[in-house]
Design a protein around this ligand. Sequence first.
Ligand SMILES: NC(=O)C1=CN([C@@H]2O[C@H](COP(=O)(O)OP(=O)(O)OC[C@H]3O[C@@H](n4cnc5c(N)ncnc54)[C@H](OP(=O)(O)O)[C@@H]3O)[C@@H](O)[C@H]2O)C=CC1
Ligand SMILES: CC(C)(CO)C(=O)C(=O)O
Length: 325
Amino acid sequence: MTTKVLLFGTGGVGAVYAYFLEKGGASVTAVCRSNYEAVLQNGISIDSALFGQVTAHPSVARTAAEAQKAHGPFDYIVVCAKAFPEIHTLISAAVSPKTAIVLCQNGINIEAPYAAAYPSNTIISGVVYLPVTQTRPGHIRMGPLQKLHIGPFPAPGTPSAQEQTQKFAKIFEAGGGVIHVHPDVQTQRWLKLALNFALNPMCALTRLDDANMYRSSATMPKAILDVMTELTTVARAAGYEVSLELIQEQLSRTKERQETGGKEPSMLTDVRENRALEVDAILGNAVTIARQLGLETPRMDLLYALAQGLSYSIAPDERFRPLGM
Ligand SMILES: NC(=O)C1=CN([C@@H]2O[C@H](COP(=O)(O)OP(=O)(O)OC[C@H]3O[C@@H](n4cnc5c(N)ncnc54)[C@H](OP(=O)(O)O)[C@@H]3O)[C@@H](O)[C@H]2O)C=CC1
Ligand SMILES: CC(C)(CO)C(=O)C(=O)O
């Protein structure tokens, strides 16, 4: 029987995953919002540095409820929306007893709301390497890297969760995607977080892509590495072996991009588009974990405060006052 996948959040990452899953033989329905008309009319067009110009043609829906009615029940719901607290509630209409929920998002501790809301469903945690941007509705530009690390949450999962994880990987791989299954993917999550915790807010605050930010001053490379190093102390205290060599390796892509041109991290795209920022998923949750572990993290705390300020400048609330002079 054909595997049915619902994609929730068809932006840069979701669009590319829709393409792999469709090509891998799944029947894919994509929940689209601002790009609904574009994707309905023309599908998703991907300009990839890895495999050229391709198009995906998922079925399209405006909500999970609409998708469930027309194409459910779904074997998998792949969440590729930004990691915000309310998103888990928006998929509920499409969660059936056997649906596995695959989270493809940056950040740490992003699984908790899903595990609490859907305690009987398999949760698969996904760590995304995919430099990608939606340049206009339904049009995606993808850089020369693609890797997805997945594993059941909480690890190691039940035998049936492990089976669902392996089956997802097979479809993704059959569609041309590079994917690695881990018994516990959290070490990978911390490793990726080290990059995002530093690059995403620092690029968003300076409004520079990663390569230009890296070379913007003599002090910047050390400032970036210091934040990443501080985060590794939290990862290690939390029980995950994230070595400094691996951190250096993470940063090597930014260094390589000195030659080829930089990547604008997703948080900078959000700032430019005046959209909400993933401040808690990428920064706040790790700072909370550091406090719980009794660790001092002055660099992370400062960056978190600045990212919160940046977010507040995009969405000020009743505390905001105009200039006094
Ligand atoms: N871009 C990148 O290079 C990378 C991103 N990531 C991570 O992957 C995740 C996805 O990022 P990315 O693809 O860049 O994000 P995008 O902002 O490009 O895509 C998110 C999509 O979710 C949609 N969405 C949000 N809320 C709803 C809703 N209520 N109903 C329907 N659709 C909704 C948005 O619609 P709308 O357009 O209407 O807002 C948008 O199309 C994030 O966690 C990010 O940090 C990880 C690695 C690299
Ligand atoms: C830092 C980067 C580009 C790495 O792929 C990323 O994860 C993002 O844009 O959020």
